[in-house]
Write a protein that binds this ligand. Structure first.
Ligand code: NDP
Ligand code: BG6
Length: 505
């Protein structure tokens, strides 16, 4: 791969968790793989007091998230600089600019800068404005890019406002709205599975698919992010972004080419085809839950309301299951089900396509869609891979049918390592490729789908919030969402192919 221009990655809010846990380890991996340009520096900015040296110690030498420090750690650390600012007001960014311009000269960066907003979201509007006030959006000498972390807005109105505000000082091409799910190798593989195989696309529609199910379960609770999460909840935290992106990749039309705009155009079209859920449908199509105290593997797990930073009477959902339809030619009448939750039995993200039964039934077992019958499971994480379930004859007399698995596991690809999502996303931004970042109109369209649900919860306090014991698969009523005799969710295990009997969680 050819290396890109020299540049500085300026991380605003660099003293925080994201920088140490995700950004620096991803950059270190890119460094040891020799994928960074020779003139590449990281410039951290924050109110916390660090010198270049003490910041390097914190995020590199003492950072336990940096694996394999055998590599060239010192030469990586030498690329990192830091500036303490008094506050996040306009004048402080004058100081930032001065130091940045001297680094620019020393490292011959040609004024190519990426600004990564790693502050709390309350600063996502003002920091870009202050940068622009100092000319740090101006591309007359060198390009300028702005990476915006999630959450991108709190609802439709604030998401739109943030977009409008950013577009006052930046062109859309300069904006990189991050959704780390898009950086996952297995998520990108959804497009490759669909559009590089002649066998799937012809049956990928309402004629052959009965329903589609997407699960993103986590076994952890809110950990130390209670303060943030209590103002967010599963719908904003996971569905508006990550899960709807998975829906888009699964359901969108083939793009005319693999460039950023063609793919993003199809996603927007798909988001616009999501049938809005009306307030009176929320009770029936949306199930929300909150985890309760329980004993898991002999250890007491706290209830959500006991978590640090969470209101003791909180009604924030930590689980969400949703049924909806896509009003377009391909998917008319096919129900889509998505669910996500914290403190569920295991961490799994997967997409399951359930196929319709054969039109004429020769063998008893094949006449209905069932939780065993033809399914294609695309496993995003863990035990990444693809599984196809199909019926085969049990050897011996008669025509008894048994369902068996055909599976592919990424782990079997010799010598191929699956890179971390942030590694891929940072490299794409460095190379100026926005394909795996969200475009403004897509973010707005996703909010348009989600907002009526948020409004319904706000306006109708009687809409239920179900409790579920930690370590279970969420409220039992979520099983009733799935249409069809004896149909329920696939209850996945840690291992892609285990289900039904033994299940390692
Ligand atoms: P932190 O809460 O750790 O904040 C980052 C830095 O912002 C702090 O170290 C602090 O630096 C500065 N800051 C400025 N104003 C405030 C304030 N009022 N309260 C607290 N800190 C402030 O955030 P993270 O590093 O965890 O995340 C950064 C952004 O990325 C957030 O918007 C988050 O939503 C998003 N994100 C984070 C993920 C994660 O795993 N952490 C995952 C996905 C998204 P200083 O005091 O030095 O100025
Ligand atoms: C983040 C959410 O965006 O995604 C977290 O804020 C969630 O609440 C995380 O835990 C899940 O990401 P992953 O990559 O672990 O599936």
């Amino acid at each position: 791969m050819s290396k890109s221009d020299n540049l500085a990655l300026v991380i605003v809010g660099a003293s925080g968790d994201l920088t140490a846990r995700k950004l620096i380890p991803a950059l270190y991996n890119l460094h040891i793989k020799n994928l960074l340009p020779s003139g590449f520096i990281v410039f951290g900015v924050g109110r916390s007091e660090y010198s270049d040296d003490s910041f390097r110690h914190r995020v590199v030498f003492e950072n336990e998230n940096l694996k394999d420090k055998e590599g060239d750690v010192q030469s990586f650390a030498d690329r990192i600089f830091y500036e303490s600012i008094e506050d996040y007001e306009k004048d402080s960014f004058g100081t930032v600019k001065d130091k940045l311009m001297s680094l620019n000269e020393a490292h011959e960066l040609h004024e190519n800068f990426i600004f990564y907003l790693s502050t709390p979201p309350s600063l996502y509007m003002t920091v870009p404005e202050h940068l622009a006030a100092h000319g740090l959006n101006d591309e007359s000498n060198g390009w300028k890019r702005l990476v915006i972390e999630k959450p991108f807005g709190y609802d439709l109105e604030s998401g739109r406002k943030l977009n409008e505000q950013l577009l006052k000082n930046y062109k859309e091409e300069q904006l990189y709205r991050i959704d780390h799910y898009l950086g996952k190798e297995t998520v990108q593989n959804v497009l490759v599975t669909r559009f590089s195989n002649g066998i799937f696309e012809p049956i990928w529609n309402r004629n052959y698919i009965n329903h589609v199910e997407i699960t993103a379960s986590e076994s952890i609770g809110v950990e130390d992010r209670g303060g943030y999460y209590d103002n967010s909840g599963a719908l904003r935290d996971m569905v508006q972004n990550h899960l709807l992106q998975l829906v888009a990749l699964t359901a969108m039309e083939p793009p005319i080419s693999a460039d950023a705009d063609s793919i993003r155009n199809e996603k927007v079209k798909l988001f616009k085809s999501l049938r809005p859920i009306k307030p009176e449908q929320v009770a029936e199509q949306v199930i929300r839950g909150q985890y309760l105290e329980a004993t898991i593997k002999g250890e007491k797990a706290k209830s959500y309301r006991e978590e640090k930073g969470v209101d003791r009477e909180s009604r924030t959902e930590t689980y969400l299951a949703l049924k909806f339809f896509i009003d377009n030619w391909r998917w008319a009448g096919v129900p889509f089900y998505i669910r996500t939750g914290k403190r569920l039995p295991t961490r799994v993200t997967e997409i399951v396509l359930y196929f319709k039964p054969t039109p004429h039934h020769l063998f008893s077992k094949l006449n209905e869609v069932s939780s065993e019958a033809n399914q294609l499971v695309i496993r995003i994480q863990p035990n990444e891979g693809i599984l196809l379930k199909f019926g085969m004859k049990v050897p011996g007399a008669g025509f008894n049918v048994k369902y068996v698995n055909m599976d592919f596991h990424y782990a079997d690809l010799e010598g191929e390592e699956v890179p971390d999502a942030y590694e891929r996303l940072l490299l794409d931004c460095i190379n100026g490729d926005p394909t795996l970042y969200s475009r403004g109109d897509a973010v707005n369209a996703a909010w348009e789908f989600v907002s009526p649900i948020l409004k319904a919860w706000e306006n109708d306090k009687d809409l239920p919030l179900y409790g579920y014991p930690s370590g279970t698969w969420g409220p039992e009523v979520a099983d009733d969402l799935i249409e069809g005799k004896d149909l329920t969710w696939r209850y996945p295990c840690k291992n892609l192919t285990n289900d039904g009997g033994f299940c390692e969680l």
